[in-house]
Design a protein around this ligand. Structure first.
Ligand code: MG
Length: 270
């Protein structure tokens, strides 16, 4: 998973050098979408497939749990409409570069299904799913901020055929939401794509803190358990590595070692 922003040809050259042929393209909230035609040409030239587009918004802050609650996705009322409009634009841009899906963090879904924020989010996600469906795209919610049963209830309530999950096992750990392998079993029928990401549980005694993301294989997920569970549920999609908290040079090093780890696991589990 990589972000648009830098030179498309250079970004793709770095990835194809590692043998990567497909990935998820992140669109930062402040990206001028007029650069997407450049991405389309570069993707074609590199014979690289964008499997889905990851949507992010200006003003989101993942410092700790209360800040995430306050700033991420569609919960903050002040930015809700603007973010909805931006998402329609990104859905359209995704179609132009041939991406078959979009995914995002909608923010913490309120536990009370009668709460006005819950109802607003449910209706908003319905509208976004319908917009994506018109372009034959799937629409995926990123896991992490809700327990698996709560996320499943929300998906059933939204009730759209193209709605599913981008399953990120590290997020379940970083947010202290629950065991990711168990959650994957519960959410299996709705998993459209996955992030291979790792991380540690939040520090004990700090209920508002998030855990720390780690390079693949160095955190608490247990990549062998994760890949093995993906096989068990019959997942056939790409294993998309996500690595966030590093500079560009270390990012490439961590992605490369992540690829080696996953290739070894796939060999040993086959
Ligand atoms: Mg993720």
């Amino acid at each position: 998973m990589f972000w648009a922003g830098d030179d498309p040809s250079k970004t793709l050259a770095n990835l194809t050098r590692l043998g990567i042929r497909c990935g998820q393209l992140g669109i930062p909230g402040d990206l001028d979408l007029n650069c997407l035609p450049q991405w389309r040409s570069a993707l074609q030239a590199a014979n690289f497939t964008v499997t889905s587009i990851v949507v992010a918004y200006t003003g989101e802050d993942y410092s700790d749990i209360p800040t995430v609650e306050r700033t991420v996705g569609f919960i903050p009322p002040a930015t809700r409409d603007a973010r909805e409009q931006r998402t329609y634009q990104v859905i359209e841009a995704a179609a132009q570069i041939g991406a078959r899906g979009v995914s995002l963090h909608v923010g913490f879904v309120p536990e009370d299904s009668h709460h006005p924020d819950y109802l607003a989010m449910r209706d908003l996600v319905r509208r976004l799913c319908d917009s994506a469906a018109k372009r034959k795209q799937t629409f995926a919610l990123e896991t992490g901020q809700e327990s698996a049963p709560a996320l499943l209830d929300f998906i059933r309530d939204v009730d759209r055929a193209n709605l599913g999950i981008n399953f990120d096992p590290a997020n379940m750990i970083l947010y202290g939401t629950g065991d990711p392998i168990e959650a994957l079993g519960i959410l299996a029928p709705r998993v459209l794509s996955v992030h291979c990401k790792d991380g540690d549980w939040p520090p004990p005694g700090h209920p508002t803190a998030l855990g720390k993301e780690q390079p693949l294989g160095k955190g608490a997920v247990g990549m062998e358990r994760f890949v093995s569970k993906l096989q068990e549920i019959g997942y056939k999609g790409p294993l998309t590595i996500e690595r966030e908290g590093t500079d560009a040079a270390q990012w490439l090093v961590d992605i490369e070692s992540g690829i080696r780890l996953l290739e070894n696991l796939k060999r040993s589990l086959s």
